[in-house]
Ligand binder design. Structure first.
Ligand code: 13P
Length: 248
């Protein structure tokens, strides 16, 4: 394995001002040549973005937001944050289409608008896709992924997109796909992107219950360009362990 690997920490609505300091050990690791293939990205809650940007400034760690509003202009959207606001404080990435947001505000159309808005601001997009347990049981996974990708990326030609395959049934459950089925899904996603999108060499990462134990199996799938990590990324020791076990 010689390619760079993404380790994206999605802190969701966890962490507070004190937890920013807990990242110091990760910053140290990011400066170690041995782990230069690791592209670490922290996506903390909005209120911690500036603190994260400050503490990671002298490292190659990048910072992203967990969502953005679809509007490309400022507007009367109480409680919302635009891609422009995210970019203006110096963040480089934004997660869009996370299943936890697809439950409430997001659908393939709003996600398409959000991605356009983010790309216009030159943010890199971590685009989440994945089927629910119900869809999986009804053998709808391929169709769901195809719709999410083609509708989410309608009229978009841009390489600044990382595809995060997160089967919803795997998020926070401790259950992960077998390596064979994960490999199959990644190949399927590549095929869909190839057929319907003009994106060259797409980066595809996996998310859903990645932890210090299952990483030794997951890392065997060479098609995967990294991991989007929820729970395990909030514990610095575990996050470092995952990075070390992947890149050794
Ligand atoms: P967990 O790693 O806690 O399952 O969360 C995955 C996720 O939703 C990352 O975006």
């Amino acid at each position: 394995m010689t390619n760079n690997m993404f380790f994206i920490a999605n802190w969701k609505m966890f962490g507070d001002i004190r937890s920013v300091n807990s990242t110091k050990k990760v910053i140290k690791l990011s400066k170690n040549k041995k782990y230069k293939r690791a592209q670490i990205i922290y996506c903390p809650p909005y209120t911690l973005l500036e603190k994260f940007l400050k503490i990671t400034k002298k490292s190659k760690i990048k910072i992203g937001a967990q969502n953005c509003h679809y509007s490309q202009r400022p507007g009367p959207f109480t409680g919302s944050i635009s891609a422009n606001l995210i970019k203006s404080i110096g963040a480089n990435y934004v997660i869009i289409g996370h299943s936890e947001n697809r439950i409430s505000e997001d659908n393939n159309h709003t996600i398409n608008l959000k991605i356009k808005s983010a790309l216009k601001e030159k943010l890199k997009v971590i685009f989440c896709i994945g089927e629910t347990l119900n869809e999986k049981r009804r053998n709808k996974t391929n169709l769901v992924l195809k719709n999410q990708i083609t509708r989410g990326l309608k009229n978009i030609k841009n390489n600044n997109i990382i595809f995060a395959y997160e089967p919803v049934w795997s998020i926070g459950t401790g259950v992960i796909p077998t390596n064979n089925s994960l490999k199959k899904q990644i190949l399927n996603i590549k095929k869909i992107i190839n057929k319907f999108c003009k994106i060259k060499n797409p980066k595809i990462i996996y998310g859903g219950s990645v932890n210090t134990k299952n990483i030794t199996e997951l890392k065997k799938i060479s098609l995967i360009n990294g991991f989007l990590i929820g729970g395990a990324s909030q514990n610095t020791k575990n996050f470092i362990d995952i990075i070390k076990k992947t890149i050794n």
